[in-house]
Design a protein around this ligand. Structure first.
Ligand code: GTQ
Length: 343
């Protein structure tokens, strides 16, 4: 008797084989079908849990005291999109998150509080809300906060990392420095002085694809958007939107993640677009509504929402809005895979 298909499939499984014809349309889809789902996290709802973590564990014991924002479509994967990670990190007055380095690139977007610092490449930068800060791949970094007596206050920032991407690539390495903080060798503000003014040191040779500016202060970004809005017609989809760049290469500030800030004036009704780079947004100022496929989310400052790859998205502003966002666009562009559809 001829073997049935079912029997045949079972035999294949034992040989570590599989029939392509059962999975071809999933493996080579007509368009992306992300497992990630549109999701909004209200900061108001998260904040008590973040603060509670501060009572239950020290930054020192936790190494990084972070609540991971996990996409409900990617349970157990510590992923907000298929390639990106997001978390909220808390550092209390007087605490230090000890120095380590890893091949994953990290961005910090300051949500609440000021005065905490992060150190990279022997230089510290002090954090304020709206600042975008980079920890490049394989660079020692530690975070700290002045004591209560020195005026320290709880500081919360959004961590954006390429953890799931490196997991897919099996390219993760990490080390602890073995001391709480790295030696400080450069005055605060040096990297911005050297690279933050459309100028660069004469003999500078780029040795790293990551931007040498590791802190992009919010007041500068805000001013740029404000002026852009005054000078230029708004884009029908994005409003006034700028990308953070590495001034040495003109490319994205980090090799695996692009970062953006956009301004939408009150009453703005954006047109619908899709993009292959799933994007994480956080609200810096204002209130609005985002439509993502069949989901509708109202957002206010510090909320986080995620737009999966190829979801139809449009933004509406009920007040003047400022939105920070990040995605894996540079990776997709490097591989000639990035696509956008503006409807
Ligand atoms: O601050 O170095 O949210 O290594 C996850 C992994 C933060 C960090 C995270 C990390 C860090």
């Amino acid at each position: 008797m001829m073997t049935s298909r079912q029997e045949y499939y079972e035999l294949l499984t034992k040989e570590n084989l599989a029939p392509l014809w059962l999975s071809l349309s999933n493996l080579v889809p007509a368009q992306p079908h992300s497992k990630a789902v549109p999701t909004l996290w209200k900061y108001e709802a998260l904040r008590p849990y973040v603060m509670q973590a501060g009572e239950l564990i020290t930054a020192e014991e936790a190494i990084r005291r972070v609540l991971v924002l996990e996409n409900p479509g990617l349970t157990g994967k510590s992923s907000i999109t298929s390639t990106l990670y997001a978390g909220l990190q808390l550092i209390l007055p007087g605490e230090i998150a000890p120095s380590h380095r890893h091949t994953q690139s990290a961005l910090r977007f300051v949500m609440e509080g000021k005065g905490a610092w992060t150190a990279v490449n022997g230089e510290r930068t002090t954090m304020s809300p709206g600042d975008f800060i980079i920890t490049p791949s394989w660079k020692w970094h530690d975070h700290g906060n002045p004591s209560l007596e020195e005026g320290g206050e709880p500081v919360v920032w959004l961590d954006g990392l390429d953890i799931p991407l490196l997991m897919h690539l099996d390219a993760g390495f990490a080390e602890n420095l073995g001391q709480a903080t790295q030696p400080i060798e450069r005055p605060e503000g040096l990297s911005f002085t050297q690279f933050g003014h459309n100028m660069a040191p004469v003999r500078h040779q780029a040795s790293d694809p990551t931007s040498p500016i590791f802190s992009y202060p919010y007041d500068r970004t805000r001013e740029a958007l404000d002026q852009l809005y005054r000078f230029e017609a708004l884009d029908d989809w994005d409003g006034a939107k700028l990308q953070y760049i590495n001034p040495v290469t003109g490319g994205s500030a980090m090799p695996t993640m692009a970062t953006f800030m956009q301004y939408l004036p009150k009453g703005f009704k954006g047109r619908t677009y899709r993009s292959t780079d799933a994007t994480v947004f956080t609200v810096v100022e204002g209130a609005g509504v985002v439509y993502i496929d069949d989901a509708v989310f109202s957002f206010t400052p510090r909320d986080v929402f995620v737009v999966p790859s190829w979801s139809a998205v449009r933004l509406e502003a009920q007040e003047d809005i400022v939105l920070f966002s990040y995605s894996d666009r540079p990776v997709q562009q490097a591989l000639n895979l990035h696509r956008e559809l503006r409807e």
